[in-house]
Design a protein around this ligand. Structure first.
Ligand code: FAD
Length: 311
């Protein structure tokens, strides 16, 4: 069975009943034009029933800061599509908060995208984060020639023509690792916004100066939609190298030294990470951001600690 066909059949049997949901789903445009800081969270689809129960407990704790939406990641090449959709349904039903499904065009063709759009429509979902994604590393069956789109701007265009969804796209204050220069990357970001995106959500970053330069350049390029910083507090020394190599995040020499000095003291590393995130967000608020997007890694504690120091 082809992946696209399998996906369609899986979806047909999903027992979604949106008429039961009392939650009004806000659009990205509505959320960022409320005139107050929008706190939003990213979660990923849990693997097991127990993980799902744990996540629901974490989400209850995160409700403390009245999140404006919760975004749900999408596995490379559609590997978590079913679980992502299930989680969206659960969040809408039980958390009464707007959702933003992530979606990647790598591993998708037009037919499977249209099927996904139908599911979102059935769930009364108003938003989507349109991404290219990365080629799946451990899937020899992945064939890029079967993808309908090569870049996120083409996906945005297709979504505009085939749905009423509000669309967000990804931005990279430290530059996307594949782009030769930040300017080239911003030209490509502009293409995505011109194709119909209503907001940019950024990759995690630790150097606010890079975010300030990035937003200055996006404005100069004519990008006039909200640029929302993505924040992942660094709370584990072992994360550092991985984050640098995966996302190309810039970490200041001072912060690296601080973390290095305390690498065997988990509590101190955690404290440094949380304090840095608090400092980052306070400065970003002064700068005038319309929202802050917290990468939760499915745990409430760190994001809560950070936000308690700010809101
Ligand atoms: P694109 O916008 O297509 O850009 C990719 C690269 O190609 C960039 O270097 C860009 O400069 C260049 N480029 C763009 N358009 C063109 C063009 N027309 N011609 C030539 N070059 C071009 N990944 C997942 O798998 N699942 C997720 O749920 C997920 N969520 C994410 C959420 C956020 C907020 C962010 C920031 C990233 C997320 N990612 C996710 C990671 C993302 O898929 C990767 O960073 C991916 O490498 C790029 O995706 P993109 O949508 O930015 O791609």
């Amino acid at each position: 069975m082809s992946d696209a066909k399998k996906t369609v059949e899986q979806f047909i049997i999903l027992p979604y009943n949106t008429s039961m949901s009392s939650c009004k789903q806000l659009t990205i445009k509505e959320i960022y034009s409320q005139g107050k800081l929008a706190v939003t969270y990213e979660v990923f689809p849990p693997k097991t029933e127990q993980d799902k129960l744990n996540l629901m407990e974490e989400l209850k704790k995160l409700k403390k800061f009245s999140p404006q939406f919760i975004s749900v990641t999408y596995g490379a090449g559609g590997s978590t599509q079913q679980r992502s959709t299930d989680l969206l349904n659960v969040i809408i039903e039980s958390c009464e908060v707007s959702v933003v499904p992530h979606f990647t065009c790598i591993g998708s063709n037009k037919e499977s995208i249209l099927q996904f759009l139908q599911i979102l429509k059935n769930l009364n979902i108003k938003n989507i984060l349109a991404l290219r994604g990365d080629p799946p590393q451990n899937n020899p069956a992945y064939n890029p020639a079967l993808d309908s789109f090569k870049h996120a701007n083409e996906l945005v265009e297709f979504l505009r023509s085939n749905s009423d969804l509000n669309i967000a796209v990804a931005g990279y204050p430290d530059k996307h690792p594949e782009a030769k220069t930040l300017e080239e990357d911003i030209d490509n970001l502009k293409r995505k916004v011109d194709a119909g995106a209503s907001a940019v959500i950024t990759q995690l970053f630790y150097a606010n100066d890079n975010f300030f330069k990035f937003t200055e350049k996006t404005k100069k390029a004519g990008i006039n939609v909200p640029v929302i910083p993505g924040i992942l507090p660094l709370t584990n020394y072992n994360q550092v190298e991985r984050i640098i190599s995966l996302c190309g995040a810039v970490i200041s020499k001072e912060m690296k030294e601080q973390l290095e000095l305390n690498k065997n003291d988990k509590e101190t590393v955690r404290k440094i990470g949380i304090e840095h995130a608090v400092y980052q967000i306070k400065e970003l608020i002064k700068f005038g951001i319309k929202g802050v997007h917290m990468y939760t890694l499915n745990k409430a504690e760190v994001s809560t600690k950070v936000l308690e120091n700010i809101l």
